[in-house]
Ligand binder design. Structure first.
Ligand SMILES: [Zn+2]
Length: 103
């Protein structure tokens, strides 16, 4: 079974329940960020991980084309060492909705 097939059958909730880490790498800039699935679920629907990868853009090149998403099963030495990007807060954008009426 290849990697992309696996990701299509594995969702954010599956990864959260398995205690996994989502590893997102831009192979153009060689930048990797790691996320906890439970953080991503705070503002995303529970999607399969192959679909999730399309939502990521690289902060440096602004491109999503070189993004590769993987799951990582943390092991002993990861705890206390592995860099993780944690969700600090979710900002809600205020969007005006107009309705035409009369005075
Ligand atoms: Zn990049």
């Amino acid at each position: 079974m290849n990697e992309s097939k696996k990701l299509s059958r594995w969702s954010l909730t599956n990864a959260a329940e398995a205690g996994q880490v989502i590893v997102v790498t831009c192979h153009h800039c060689r930048i990797t960020h790691r996320y906890l699935p439970q953080d991503l679920l705070q503002f995303r629907d529970d999607v399969s991980l192959d679909r999730l990868s399309r939502h990521f853009r690289c902060e440096r090149c602004g491109n999503g084309r070189y993004i590769v998403l993987k799951v990582h099963d943390p092991f002993g030495a990861d705890f206390g060492n592995l860099p993780i990007r944690r969700l600090e807060k979710v900002q809600i954008k205020k969007v005006p909705v107009w309705k035409d009426g009369v005075l």
